[in-house]
Design a protein around this ligand. Structure first.
Ligand code: FAD
Ligand code: NAD
Length: 397
């Protein structure tokens, strides 16, 4: 029987792909067996999903085959869904088999958090995967096509619940896409309503107030109706009901009100907050030195304000290589590397040619912020797939 350590990586998102790529670079021949497990045989660019969801870009541009990103002589890729993590037995149960591990990296990404609000899980759609955004896009197109037959006004209403970054980026794309759909179907654009509903006293809570103001004024001009400081308290098959009692009828309801970690984290018995595990400085589960958790399933506290860092791709892609290096160091009995997050800034798109961002102490808005957003997206493609992927999938100016 092989005595080579077995490393299993769960999830081929931002964190998982970076872990796999770093392991394939650092490990010597026959030093460890590495297996990467993912539900699909492709990696998707979550940070890009608001565009195919609205229909302003293709689904093709939002994913790439995993076989193009890893060296399959060095990493075994298993396309399967993880069903259970059994830490006592050092086993992962898949829908179609079992894997045992010596080292485990969990990078299964986030899930939609509905906070138990009645009807959301049943009737609202969410921006989480290629399949979920395909459903949103097709649903909106279908509503516009059917409006021509039955003239039901709510078919032209879209409610987006939550004005965090996902909600704001999505409504920005809708303001570009829905007028196009109106032209295709011969519909008067003034009949279309895009509502963005936010419970907090401002859109993009915690972000720079001047840039939030810029975003809201721009999006309002482009046709978004904001309802701020107004929580959604229920979702029905044809409407949302707000805390004020107001009911907004809409055939399309998209929930962007928050995320949590994977349910598998809770089921595995890890101590967690909304399925995010507070990892140690080396990205390990406290007390379990062979299990590393990265990306949206991990929780790290920002020492500057004692609050958790927001779950971002930026965080996941920085954690992946450190988790990989620390596994290699563990195998070699060498000292582990501490993880330190480097905030490279935040840029959010507001539709074609518009964005807002903060990079260091610099605030950006408008055209140049939008160009920076493209550069950030293309940089990710370059990091994981080199020039050829950046050229194939990157949207150039
Ligand atoms: P993910 O990238 O979500 O990957 C998880 C992987 O695990 C997926 O491939 C999934 O299919 C797989 N998986 C899940 N469950 C299972 C299972 N049971 N079995 C097998 N495989 C499974 N962050 C930024 O920093 N900048 C941005 O501009 C930005 N834009 C965003 C825009 C949108 C519309 C959204 C929704 C998010 C955005 N984010 C952004 C947040 C960012 O996308 C996430 O923080 C990031 O994807 C987390 O990476 P991850 O590796 O933890 O998980
Ligand atoms: P989020 O948690 O950041 O925002 C959700 C929003 O929904 C919040 O503003 C919250 O107040 C609101 N909300 C919650 N309950 C509500 C209710 N009942 N009614 C109305 N509003 C309600 O979630 P997100 O926007 O999906 O972002 C998830 C993570 O991904 C964050 O860490 C974010 O920074 C990151 N992200 C980053 C970018 C970017 O950098 N461009 C883009 C998208 C997402």
């Amino acid at each position: 029987m092989s005595t080579i350590p077995k490393i299993v990586i769960l999830g081929a998102g931002y964190g998982g792909i970076m872990t796999a790529q770093r392991l394939q670079k650092e490990l010597n021949y026959n030093e460890a067996d590495v297996t990467l497990v993912n539900k699909h045989d492709y990696h998707y660019f979550t940070t890009h999903l608001h565009m195919p969801a609205a229909g302003t870009d293709t689904l093709e541009n939002a994913h790439v085959s995993i076989s193009k990103l890893i060296d399959e002589f060095k990493i075994d890729f298993v396309k399967s869904t993880v069903k259970e993590i059994r830490t006592q037995e050092k086993k992962v149960i898949l829908e179609d088999g079992t894997l045992s591990y010596d080292y485990l990296v969990i990078g299964l990404g986030g899930e939609t958090e509905t906070f138990g609000i009645p009807g959301l899980a049943e009737y609202a759609m969410s921006i989480r995967s290629i399949n979920s955004v395909r459903a949103i896009r097709e649903h909106i197109e279908q509503q516009f096509a059917q409006y021509k037959q039955d003239k039901r006004e709510d078919r032209l209403n879209v409610v987006v619940g939550g004005a965090g970054f996902t909600g704001i980026e999505f409504v920005g794309e809708l303001t570009d896409r829905l007028p196009q759909l109106c032209r295709t179907h011969g519909i008067d654009p003034s009949l279309v309503n895009i509502y963005n509903i936010e419970a907090a006293p401002t859109a993009l809570p915690g972000f720079d107030p001047e840039l939030v103001d810029y975003a809201m004024k721009l999006l309002t001009k482009k046709g978004v109706t904001f309802k701020i400081a107004t929580a959604i308290k229920e979702c029905t098959p044809e409407s949302v009901i707000l805390a004020t009692g107001e009911e907004i009828k809409a055939a399309t309801i998209v929930w962007t009100g928050g995320i949590r970690g994977s349910r598998l984290i809770e089921q595995a018995g890890f101590e967690s907050m909304r399925a995010r595990v507070k990892v140690d400085e080396f990205l390990r589960v406290p007390g379990q030195d062979n299990i590393f958790i990265i990306g949206d399933n991990s929780l790290m506290i920002n020492p500057e304000n004692e609050r958790p860092f927001p779950p971002t791709a930026q965080m996941a892609m920085q954690q992946g290589p450190v988790a990989a290096s620390n596994i290699v160091a563990s195998i070699r009995n060498q000292p582990l590397k501490k993880f330190t997050y480097q905030n490279k800034g935040t840029v959010a798109s507001l539709g074609k040619g518009e964005a807002i961002g903060v990079v260091g102490s610099k605030k950006l808005k408008g055209f140049w912020a939008a160009q920076l957003k493209k550069v950030i997206d293309i940089r990710w493609l370059f990091i994981i797939g080199g020039v050829s992927l950046a050229m194939r999938k990157g949207k150039f100016f």
